[in-house]
Write a protein that binds this ligand. Structure first.
Ligand SMILES: Cc1cc2nc3c(=O)[nH]c(=O)nc-3n(C[C@H](O)[C@H](O)[C@H](O)COP(=O)(O)OP(=O)(O)OC[C@H]3O[C@@H](n4cnc5c(N)ncnc54)[C@H](O)[C@@H]3O)c2cc1C
Length: 291
């Protein structure tokens, strides 16, 4: 029988930081990832647990100047219901709606998805493509880490053992368009085989009105195709400054298929992931181009 680790549930952030400095302690938010690890079947279970659920500082969704900030404890259900997210980040709402089913969406948090660092985490490509950054806190103060620097290796994060993820900051960008696509075995309760998010701005300046306008500030991010969620830099470079025409779609899809180096695993072969990612991108470009 596994031994149940002691759980501390502070209501103040300062008390939470103090617990984290005493001895190795795993934070728990919604528990939808961590509870699975408590049986010990997936490795050493945590010796001590810090329950974050009462920390109000880690809650709330707001427009803060030129960004949307989302508390780490925000659940997928809260994201789906948030008027701020629906207006400014519909792509995150769309991603939240694909995660697990209602029970997981009611309990699982955005911060948990980020800190869990699974390469298949569905919100992670959205956050990469949106140029999100993460505010981390500890007894030593706060610091901000860009999403592109947050997952350095498989299941690793930039969090120090005594740090918590406090909130997510997503800059607002006038005229930004974003799309999200997830490919899994089913429509619900499935781990992604390929997950893709793309963002761009309409660079209409100087384009004849009837022609599709070129994309600028292109961000293309993918999950489940590498050890970490990644940006596809070579494909971004192909898309930058080009309009979403059939030629662009062909070239971008070909570049992406060449750029990705996925792995074979129980869910998919590398070849399947490469092909599907390229086809999904092709279709997104086609839909944006209206052809
Ligand atoms: C049936 C089922 C279906 C699922 N479906 C999907 C899916 O479709 N897509 C998907 O992406 N995921 C899915 N998941 C995984 C999981 O639900 C998500 O990753 C969820 O967002 C985790 O959030 P949580 O609050 O439950 O995290 P927890 O389990 O509480 O924590 C996860 C990890 O993050 C750390 N952590 C949590 N919050 C913080 C914080 N604020 N600061 C520092 N560290 C922190 C914990 O220590 C732990 O290591 C599924 C899980 C289950 C059980």
């Amino acid at each position: 029988m596994p031994v149940e680790p002691p759980v501390t549930s502070p209501a103040r952030l300062a008390d939470a930081y103090a617990v984290l400095t005493e001895a190795p302690t795993r934070p728990i938010a919604g528990g939808t990832d961590l509870m699975v690890a408590l049986t010990g079947e997936l490795g050493e279970p945590p010796a001590r647990i810090l329950d974050l659920w009462r920390l109000d500082e880690l809650r709330g969704i707001a427009v803060d100047g030129d960004a949307v900030t989302i508390g780490a404890l925000t659940t997928y259900t809260e994201i789906r219901r948030s008027s701020v997210c629906r207006e400014h980040l519909p792509v995150l709402v769309e991603a939240a709606a694909t995660i697990g089913a209602a029970q997981i969406q009611n309990r699982g948090t955005l911060g948990g998805n980020i800190a869990n660092a699974s390469p298949a985490g569905d919100t992670l490509p959205v956050l990469l493509a949106a140029d999100a950054s993460f505010v981390l806190g500890s007894g030593r103060g706060e610091r901000t880490v860009a999403a592109r620097d947050f997952w350095p290796a498989y299941r690793r994060t930039a969090l120090a053992p005594d740090e918590l993820l406090l909130r997510i900051r997503i800059p607002l960008m006038a005229g930004r368009e974003m799309r999200f696509r997830k490919v899994g075995t089913r429509r619900a309760q499935s781990i992604s085989k390929v997950v893709l998010a793309v963002g761009w701005r309409d660079g209409r300046l100087g384009t004849p009105l009837q022609a599709p306008s070129p994309w600028t500030d292109v961000r293309l991010a993918l999950g489940s195709v590498a050890a970490t969620p990644i940006r596809a830099a070579a494909t971004e470079a192909v898309l930058e400054g080009r309009a979403p025409t059939p030629e662009t779609a062909d070239l971008a899809a070909e570049t992406l298929a060449g750029e990705l180096q996925p792995i074979d695993d129980v869910r998919s072969t590398a070849e399947y992931r490469r092909l599907v990612a390229a086809r999904v991108l092709h279709r997104v470009i086609r839909e944006a181009g209206g052809w």
